[in-house]
Design a binder for this molecule. Structure first.
Ligand code: ADP
Ligand code: MG
Length: 240
């Protein structure tokens, strides 16, 4: 579903991604771990064309999205992204937050978008919140709205950038449950997370990033029980 070849990203003279090669299969859940500043967010943002890449090639479902002629909006609607901070529109209701993209970008009718939006709210356990404003929701509820909003675009891939890191601990579980459901339904997912329980239970593969490269990758058991690289070992010893 995703192929990344020798991806480099510079911010001015700072080289943040130093040659990333990665593949994500259809229906695969890949978790990305690594220290702060190692380039995890930049990597995800490149996949979604929120950053323009300095060099290298990214292919998503057969389309070379790093081709300068690509339709950026078309790519973004195929690649959903959920951020640490939910980025909901505060002056729109929960349902309006979800239907805006489908109506504006995909040309769905209001009725179609509303029906779809309501069923997505049901899926994330928030049917009763459709007409509320984001401010009246808890962080965990906001994040579930943000997931529903991404799903409303019917993406082929979902990217999650530390979706639970800003949440109070007791709110994390509901968000992870929604993500687990998505994984079970066969969504292709790339998840930057420090939730090792989630990575072990749901992740098919774990990538350890450090200083702009993928230092080590393997299945969750290999990475968590038997990491090979000293930097993976050191990182895990700090967080586990
Ligand atoms: P992580 O998500 O692993 O913590 P990031 O991808 O956010 O890492 O950041 C990697 C490096 O890139 C950091 O040194 C960060 O300061 C730098 N960086 C990220 N975004 C920008 C930007 N827009 N301009 C300049 N430097 C940036
Ligand atoms: Mg980050």
């Amino acid at each position: 579903m995703i192929t990344v070849n020798d991806l480099h990203k510079h911010f001015g003279s700072l080289e943040v991604l130093k040659g990333i090669d990665a593949k994500v299969e259809e229906k695969e859940v890949v978790c990305v771990i690594g220290p702060s500043g190692s380039g995890k967010s930049t990597f995800l943002r490149c996949l979604n064309l929120l950053e323009d890449v300095t060099s290298g090639e990214i292919t998503i479902d057969g389309d070379v999205v790093t081709d300068p002629k690509v339709d950026i909006n078309a790519v973004r609607s195929q690649v959903g992204m959920v951020f640490q901070h939910f980025n909901l529109f505060p002056h729109k209701t929960v349902l309006e937050n979800i239907t805006l993209g489908p109506i504006k970008v995909k040309g769905e009718s209001e009725q179609e978008a509303n029906e779809n939006g309501r069923s997505l709210l049901e899926k994330v356990g928030l049917s009763d919140k459709a007409d509320m404003y984001p401010d009246s929701l808890s962080g965990g509820q906001k994040q579930r709205v943000a997931i529903a909003r991404s799903l409303a675009m019917n993406p082929k891939v979902m990217l999650f950038d530390e979706p639970t890191s800003a949440l109070d601990p007791e709110l994390v579980g509901d968000v992870l449950e929604v993500m687990k459901d998505l994984a079970r339904e066969g969504m292709t997912m790339v998840v930057v997370t420090h939730e090792m329980g989630f990575a072990r239970e749901v992740g098919h593969r774990v990538l350890f990033m450090d200083e702009g490269v993928i230092m080590e990758e393997g299945n969750p058991e290999q990475i968590f029980e038997n990491p090979q690289d000293p930097r993976t070992q050191s990182f895990l010893s700090k967080i586990l």
